[in-house]
Write a protein that binds this ligand. Structure first.
Ligand SMILES: Nc1ncnc2c1ncn2[C@@H]1O[C@H](COP(=O)(O)OP(=O)(O)OP(=O)(O)O)[C@@H](O)[C@H]1O
Length: 250
């Protein structure tokens, strides 16, 4: 029997306040443990799709369900619970650059603490141990006491990945995680995401501009164009010709 979907879009449309169509009639089901890569031209709707999963954006119509729960109407505590399940990785890493790597990783636990404790760095011993384990999993344990801005871009992105591990996420959403990195560091970041996907069963959704990387890492590739889902195939049925059609100028 097929596993229950971890993410579902049902007839989802998103029209921004200025009238721009972000998403059009999206129907999509993601299974737990998939490594899904989203490709498409700039402006195709990839970020919008991703941001409706953790309610950074609200759809204009339709439903988005995560782990069986409709996210559209979540507020307060239930929204925090949803976001704990979902780690988010951004192109620009979103680290606090002037503090230590350890503090940045621990901040992944922030929603579990009252603000005053996190400001004063009053994390528990167990959480500090978890932070060390998370850093070890991205091969950066030796950098734990360095300042985040002393690390290379690729290392900073891997700190961001370690930070998401503090949430014990079921899903990691990565929006152009390698856009500002060189080829070697790109592989390190993608390998980390793939390893967590395979070892922990975390569902990973990655927006990428690079077709070769999509082919290298995805279990399944979806293509977007003008806010619509125009392509959806498991990796063994993906052809380069079909992918290049997604990238034809509109
Ligand atoms: N906050 C916003 N207000 C209005 N329009 C927006 C907003 N955010 C995105 N858009 C528009 O929605 C469309 C989809 O944008 P989106 O950022 O989702 O595309 P993308 O595929 O992620 O592009 P890129 O690869 O450049 O990041 C674009 O036309 C974009 O200009």
């Amino acid at each position: 029997m097929d596993a229950k979907p971890i993410i579902e879009f049902k007839d989802v449309n998103k029209i921004y306040d200025n009238g721009t169509v972000g998403l059009k009639d999206i129907n999509l089901t993601v299974k737990p443990g998939e490594f899904l890569v989203v490709v498409g031209l700039s402006g195709a709707g990839k970020s919008t799709l991703m941001r409706t999963i953790n309610k950074m954006h609200n759809p204009s119509s339709g439903k988005v369900l995560v782990d069986g729960v409709e996210v559209t109407n979540l507020k307060g505590r239930s929204l925090r619970e949803l976001r704990r399940k979902i780690g988010m990785i951004f192109q620009n890493f979103n680290l606090v650059k002037r503090t230590s790597v350890e503090h940045n990783v621990l901040s992944g636990k922030i929603s579990y603490y009252p603000t005053w404790k996190s400001i004063l760095n009053l994390y528990s011993k167990a959480d500090k141990q978890q932070a060390a384990v998370a850093l070890d999993r991205v091969n950066l344990l030796e950098k734990i006491y360095m300042r985040a801005d002393e690390l290379s871009g690729g290392q900073q992105q891997r700190v961001a990945i370690a930070r998401t591990l503090m949430q014990d996420p079921k899903i990691i959403l990565a929006d152009e995680p390698i856009a500002s990195l060189d080829p070697l560091t790109t592989q390190a970041v993608m390998n980390d995401l793939k390893r967590l996907n395979e070892e922990d069963g975390i569902t990973v959704v990655v927006n990428l501009h690079s077709v070769p990387l999509a082919l290298q890492y995805a279990d399944r590739i979806i293509g977007m164009r003008g806010g619509q889902l125009v392509y959806d195939q498991p990796i063994d049925q993906v052809t380069e010709d079909a992918l290049s059609a997604i990238y034809q100028p509109i």
